[in-house]
Design a protein around this ligand. Structure first.
Ligand SMILES: NC(=O)c1ccc[n+]([C@@H]2O[C@H](COP(=O)([O-])OP(=O)(O)OC[C@H]3O[C@@H](n4cnc5c(N)ncnc54)[C@H](OP(=O)(O)O)[C@@H]3O)[C@@H](O)[C@H]2O)c1
Length: 256
C-alpha cells in the first residue's frame, strides 16, 4: 500500500520528525503539524530535499477548531490517505512528589487521548466516504504496563490502545486500516524528561522504521522492542503482586 498524502502530528521532533524524514519521497505530500514552527520548517526543508511536497502548520492539538480548518485545507487538494497521530506529552511525578498534580494529569489526558480521538474524527468521515485510508495511533508500552510514576500518561496510552483496536474492528469492513504503535524507550526530547532507567532504548529513526514496516503489514499492534513488548503483554497475565514486584527497578520521576 502506498501513501500519497500523509498527515503527521508531533512532526517537529523525535519520532514524528523521524517518520516524516523516512516517509519523504517524490510524489508524496506531507502535512507536518506541531506547535514549534521553526522546528517544523526545518523538518519540512529536509523532507523537500528528498523530493516530497510539504506543508507545515503550527497548532496545539487540543485546539480542535483550528486543527479541523487545517485538515480541511489539506484534504481539499487530495484525500488524506494516512494519518499518523503521534503528538503527545509525558508528565508524571517530579522528584519531590508522590503523585502528579491533578492539573498535570488532566493536561496529559486531554493532549494524548481526547485530542487524538477528536483528531481521528476529523479525518474519518472523508476516509469512510472514499472507502479507504489508514490511521496510525502512537501509544506506548505504558499502555500495557501501568507506571506508578505517571498514572495519567499510562491511562492516556492504555485508552489510546483500546480505542485504536476497537476502532480498527469497527471500520475494517469499510476499507480503513487502524494500527496502534506501542514503542518502548526511544531517545527523544520526551525521553530526556524521564529521569530513571530506560532499558532497551532505541533511536527515533529505528522506531520510525519499525512503525512504517508495521503499517505496511497492517499489524494491529506494532510493539517494540520485541522482548520488552512481549514481557509487557505477558505481565498482564501474572498475579498483580508479582507484576508490581517485577516493576520495582523501573521507577522514575519527570524532569521539569
Ligand atoms: N520517547 C519515548 O520513549 C516514547 C515511548 C513510547 C511512546 N512515545 C510516544 O511517541 C510520541 C512522540 O514522542 P517523542 O518521544 O517523539 O517526543 P518529542 O520529541 O517530545 O515529540 C513530541 C511531539 O509532540 C508534539 N506535541 C506535544 N504536545 C503537543 C500539542 N499540545 N499540540 C501539538 N503538538 C504537540 C511536539 O511538538 P511541539 O513541541 O512542536 O508542540 C513534538 O513534535 C508521543 O505520543 C509519545 O507518548 C514516546
Amino acid at each position: 500500500m502506498d501513501f500519497k498524502t500523509i498527515v503527521i502530528t508531533g512532526a517537529s521532533s523525535g519520532i514524528g520528525e523521524a517518520l516524516a524524514r523516512a516517509l519523504a519521497a517524490p510524489g508524496r505530500t506531507l502535512a507536518l503539524l506541531g506547535r514549534n514552527i521553526e522546528r517544523l520548517e526545518a523538518v519540512a526543508a529536509a523532507c523537500r530535499a528528498k523530493g516530497a511536497t510539504c506543508r507545515v502548520a503550527s497548532v496545539d492539538q487540543t485546539d480542535t477548531a483550528r486543527l479541523s480548518a487545517i485538515l480541511e485545507e489539506v484534504g481539499r487538494e487530495t484525500a488524506i490517505d494516512l494519518l499518523i497521530a503521534n503528538a503527545g506529552i509525558l508528565d508524571g511525578r517530579s522528584v519531590d512528589e508522590t503523585v502528579e498534580s491533578g492539573s498535570a494529569a488532566r493536561r496529559v489526558l486531554e493532549t494524548n487521548l481526547l485530542a487524538t480521538v477528536d483528531l481521528v474524527h476529523l479525518v474519518l468521515p472523508a476516509m469512510r466516504r472514499n472507502g479507504c485510508g489508514s490511521i496510525a495511533l502512537v501509544a506506548s508500552l505504558a499502555s500495557l504496563v501501568p507506571l506508578p510514576d505517571a498514572p495519567a500518561y499510562s491511562a492516556s496510552k492504555a485508552g489510546l490502545l483500546s480505542y485504536g483496536l476497537a476502532l480498527r474492528d469497527a471500520v475494517a469492513a469499510e476499507g480503513i486500516r487502524v494500527v496502534v504503535a506501542c514503542p518502548g524507550f526511544v531517545a527523544t526530547a520526551m525521553a530526556d524528561k524521564h529521569l530513571g532507567p530506560r532499558p532497551g532504548e532505541i533511536s527515533a529513526e529505528d522506531a520510525a522504521e519499525r512503525i512504517i514496516t508495521g503499517l505496511k503489514r497492517n499489524r494491529a499492534m506494532i510493539g517494540f522492542p520485541f522482548v520488552p513488548f512481549w514481557l509487557s503483554r505477558l505481565s498482564l497475565l501474572v498475579p498483580e503482586g508479582i507484576r508490581r514486584r517485577g516493576m520495582r527497578n523501573t521507577r522514575f520521576h519527570v524532569g521539569r
